[in-house]
Design a protein around this ligand. Structure first.
Ligand code: NAD
Ligand code: TDX
Length: 351
């Protein structure tokens, strides 16, 4: 059978590596997966070691902003669809250095859209799928949830750049007739997440007896989804969703940050045989993130009713799997934190 080529961008990152693994293994006879990734501090080929020799998989190191490279990939591999994840993804870094977020997240997306527009002619089933975030909708009060129809109100340089890239994707479908899909997902957690994000950072610091920085009063709320459930949602939307539509993806799983930190302290203490309460003493309330969004909550009723997706991993199970993975992946942690990340965080937290 002739395999269709799918270009996945950012496949060496956290969500991208789970997505690449899922697609390469599940669709061995159907899709040839090409993973284009620049390997920034957040991208790591160790995340994909187990599938690197599959014959329906190819890795290409490169930048999504590289017009020539992107066009060559479209031509050489006859790209049928794109699942676009490559991005600068960390809100704190976007506050430090917004320009990098504009170039990668906006201009990078535009570069891919232009290539798709150029190469896809008269073929009804090419799709440009943009993996986006719930942060484009802004911040909620104590009640309510984000719907697909909620107005965009991004508040950080990161979310402004993702909102802009969403707008460009919609503009290309409206103006040029490109088949597109967008999904806006809540906070993901699970193995291979770079340890600058809340959950892996806290686990890593607990293990190393370092302070646990909680921003502001710790009562900001996020809706957490196990990364593999996100990947399954993307798979189902790609295959069953409608062109030029948006789907919200969430876990119906809201927690205050401080509650998560408490859970992690207690779980890791138990697993490491430390006496109860040991790690909670490491919690330090630090200066709040500028413009810190208070609450995110996703209404994924559309995805559930139209596509039939449901999250499969409950939070207790997902969190335990995640803690176990980090406790057993000290080499990976050392490897990914030995470079630029440490310099960045030295500036943030270490005196
Ligand atoms: P990540 O930071 O772990 O990975 C990003 C990947 O993109 C890395 O492998 C990096 O090397 C690559 N990359 C960055 N700039 C690039 C460039 N110019 N060219 C090519 N590759 C480049 O991010 P993640 O958490 O896996 O997020 C993936 C996508 O999902 C992002 O678009 C993000 O906005 C979105 N998203 C993330 C979450 C979450 O909770 N992590 C939730 C919703 C949506
Ligand atoms: O050290 C910390 N202390 C702390 O209190 C860190 C890193 C975070 N926090 C807080 C800030 C947030 O309220 O924890 C919450 C989660 O923070 P992050 O892990 O940085 O995630 P968030 O800012 O919510 O954004 C994430 O979810 C949506 C991803 O980074 C985005 O890429 C995604 O789009």
């Amino acid at each position: 059978m002739n395999k269709k080529s799918i270009l996945v961008t950012g496949g060496a990152g956290f969500i991208g590596s789970h997505l690449v693994r899922h697609f390469v293994k599940k669709y061995q006879d159907k899709y040839y997966i090409i993973n284009l990734d620049k390997l920034t501090y957040a991208g790591n080929l160790e995340n994909l070691k187990d599938i690197e020799n599959y014959d329906n998989y190819k890795f290409i190191k490169g930048d999504i902003k590289d017009i020539e490279l992107v066009n060559t990939i479209f031509e050489k591999y006859n790209i049928h669809s794109v699942i676009h994840l490559a991005a600068e993804s960390h809100v704190d870094r976007s506050i430090e250095n917004p320009l990098e977020f504009v170039t990668t997240n906006i201009i990078g997306t535009l570069t891919l859209l232009n290539a798709a527009k150029k190469h896809w002619k008269n073929d009804d089933d090419n799709v440009f799928y943009h993996v986006s975030t719930d942060e484009v909708y802004g911040s909620l009060g104590e009640t309510g949830k984000f719907l697909e129809t909620t107005s965009y109100d991004p508040r950080s340089p990161y979310s402004a750049s993702k909102a802009s890239s969403d707008h460009f994707v919609r503009a290309y479908s409206h103006t040029f007739g490109l088949n597109t899909m967008i999904s806006n997902c809540s906070n993901n957690y699970g193995p291979y997440q770079f340890p600058e994000k809340l959950i892996p950072l806290i686990i890593n610091n607990i293990v190393n007896n370092k302070t646990l920085p909680v921003y502001g009063d710790g009562k900001n709320i996020r809706d957490w989804l196990y990364v593999e459930d996100h990947v399954k949602a993307i798979d189902q939307i790609l295959h069953k969703g409608k062109y030029n539509e948006t789907y919200n993806i969430g876990g119906d799983n809201e927690w205050m940050n401080i509650e998560i930190v408490h859970k992690l302290c207690d779980t890791v203490d138990e697993k490491l045989g430390r006496s109860p309460g040991t790690s909670r003493k490491l919690i330090t309330f630090v200066k709040d993130r500028p413009g810190h969004d208070r609450r995110y909550a996703i209404d994924s009723a559309k995805l559930k009713s139209e596509i039939g997706w449901l999250p499969e991993t409950d939070f207790a199970t997902g969190l335990e799997k995640t803690v176990d993975w980090y406790l057993n992946s000290q080499d990976w942690l050392e490897n990914v934190t030995s470079g630029e990340y440490l310099n960045y965080y030295k500036k943030q937290y270490e005196q």
